[in-house]
Design a protein around this ligand. Structure first.
Ligand code: SF4
Ligand code: SF4
Length: 181
């Protein structure tokens, strides 16, 4: 059973090197296009991952709306909004659009995708870390909530991680076959 997937097997997507960054994004897009006929398992796993996001989203929205307005150390900075290779794979596999990142921004400044009501990107177009990361105050708020809800939250997070791992496993199988890395 897959419990995690080491995404460091993929090439590094370095936002500090714009030319290489966009070249790699284009390479991933082209790979999906060129191997469309063999993407059925990837698409099936992507559908499950998207469902896992759909389950998590309202829950996260509820708690971030309660906790984040009082935060003195907002976690959404530009470097956290930039994707790794696996994030781009997931975005494309789920049918999302790779955002037009401005790579010239200050990596430590407030994320370019922060709007008045939080992140303006659909959840499937955000880096994975933007969904799995729970700061201490958020976790505390969830923990002091109803126990049943907390148990479901733990299960949903595990399901989401599992779904992503399966997606990456399926994609890597093809990537390795054609790219040999
Ligand atoms: S998730 Fe946590 S660290 Fe990030 S803005 Fe909300 S309260 Fe602050
Ligand atoms: S949740 Fe959105 S605004 Fe926050 S770091 Fe991620 S992409 Fe940026």
């Amino acid at each position: 059973m897959i419990t995690g997937f080491d995404t460091t097997v993929f090439p590094r997507l370095d936002f500090r090197n714009p030319e290489e960054f966009w070249k790699t994004v284009q390479e991933i897009k082209k790979f999906f296009k060129d191997h469309e006929a063999e993407m059925s398992v990837v698409k099936e796993k992507a559908h499950q991952f998207r469902q896992a996001y759909a389950i998590m989203d309202p829950f996260i929205q509820k708690y971030t709306a309660e906790v984040c307005p009082y935060c003195g150390n907002v976690c959404c900075c530009n470097k956290h909004g930039f994707p790794e290779f696996a994030d781009v794979v997931a975005i494309i596999a789920m049918g999302g659009k790779v955002p037009e990142y401005d790579l010239s921004v200050d990596e430590g400044a407030l994320c370019q995708f922060i709007g008045e009501k939080g992140c303006v990107l659909p959840r499937i177009e955000r880096p994975y870390r933007c969904t799995w990361y729970f700061c201490e105050p958020l976790l505390l708020q969830i923990e002091i909530g109803p126990p049943k809800q907390y148990r479901e939250f733990v299960q949903d997070v595990q399901y989401m991680g599992h779904a992503r791992a399966e997606l990456m496993e399926a994609f890597y199988h093809l990537w390795q076959k054609y790219k040999g890395t």
